[in-house]
Design a protein around this ligand. Sequence first.
Ligand code: COA
Length: 203
Amino acid sequence: MSRIRVISLRRRRPVCHNAVVRRRTSVLIRPCEPDDVPQIASIYGHAVLTGTASFELEAPGAAEMGRRRAALLEGGYPYLVAERDGRVAGYAYAGPYRARPAYRSTVENSVYVAPARQGQGIGRELLGALLLSASVRGFRQMIAVIGDSGNLSSIRLHKAAGFTHVGVLRSVGWKHGRWLDTVLMQRPLGPGAEIPSDLAPAA
Ligand SMILES: CC(C)(COP(=O)(O)OP(=O)(O)OC[C@H]1O[C@@H](n2cnc3c(N)ncnc32)[C@H](O)[C@@H]1OP(=O)(O)O)[C@@H](O)C(=O)NCCC(=O)NCCS
């Protein structure tokens, strides 16, 4: 995939009461490289240990994140990072929604932004680039499986990117001493369901 340079992200910075100003900043959206993996493991590890977006309970290390990345790339799925000031500010990838072959045109996405970089438009840029990247690879539906009904930043991010709310699985997770819902959102990619799938089952 070619590199996408985003030169004007809207950055929110409160100035007084509810007013915000927009500040120009820049981020590079590019394919994930092996050297990015330790920073990705750090971003994801923080989210695993402190948040509800992931239903994992223990933070996987860089070696495990590297294995997961390799499996996704081997399967033909997109894996992107957002680079800012020479550091990984966030990452996004698509992977199989479910393993059985009739699901092969459908992907599930993941988007994570480093805590210090959240609310600066990076998630939006990553998700937009991921949608494009998944579309050109022939995938037709993207599913967001969002950890917890209270994850408003993720729900709003996906809504802003054209996902529609398709359901809630109530109290299917237990983490941080409470029950967690899973919110399902979906967006067609490219021609969606208007024409037949042209992805062959994996050999
Ligand atoms: C969810 C997440 C990826 C969003 O990335 P981000 O860079 O912070 O989001 P952006 O700044 O691009 O904002 C995109 C939209 O999300 C919404 N949003 C972002 N932060 C928000 C917040 N704190 N509260 C409510 N909505 C928020 C807004 O609707 C925003 O659109 P707008 O700027 O037009 O209002 C990021 O907050 C994150 O990594 N969270 C922890 C992990 C997670 O929940 N990942 C999603 C897994 S499915």
